[in-house]
Design a protein around this ligand. Sequence first.
Ligand code: SF4
Ligand code: SF4
Length: 181
Amino acid sequence: MIELQKGHTDLATDIQKRSGINFNACLHCRTCSNACPFVAGMDYLPNVLLRMVQMGMEEQALESSTIWVCVGCNTCCSFCPMAIDIPAVMDGLREKALAKGVKIGEPDILSFHNEVLKTVEKYGRTHKLEIMMRYKLKKRDFLSDMGVGLKMLKKRKLDLTPSKIKDKQALVKIFKHNSKT
Ligand code: SF4
Ligand code: SF4
C-alpha cells in the first residue's frame, strides 16, 4: 500500500511554487523516462521522482542523483502528453536541496556547475578551459580526460583566453540579485 509521508503537501507545494509547474497533472505514463537519454545515471526515473515529490518523500527526492544528472535538455517535456516542464521541477528540487543543506547526490556535478557559474560571473560567458582546469584542480584529478582535452584543443574547441562581455555592471547586478533570492 502506498503511504503518503507526513508533510507531503508541503514539499509538493514548495516545489510547485519554486518551479511554477503544476505537476499534479502527471498521468504517470512514464513517457518522460522512456525518452530521457540520461536515465542510466539516475537513481530514480524522472516520473518516479515526480511521484516522490507528490508523496512528500523529501529526503529521498532532495538527496537523489536524478536532480543533478538531469541536464535540462527538455527531451522529456517535448514527449510529455501533459507538457509538464520536468527540468523546471528539477531546478526547484536542486534549489531546495542547496537551501536545506542536504547531502548532495552528485557532489562532482554540483562542483562542476559552480565552476561554470564562476566563469560566467567573471566574463559573462563560459570559458571551458578554465572551468576544466579549476574543476580538475579541485578534484586533484589531472590525468583522466587528458586525451579528450588535447583533442578539443587540437580542434580549437577550447579557447586559451576567455572572451568577455562589455557590460560587466549588468553581471554584477544579476549575481547580486541571485545571491539575495
Ligand atoms: S510524460 Fe508527462 S504525464 Fe507522463 S509520466 Fe512523464 S511527466 Fe507524467
Ligand atoms: S530534461 Fe532532464 S529528465 Fe528531461 S530528458 Fe533531459 S535529462 Fe532527462
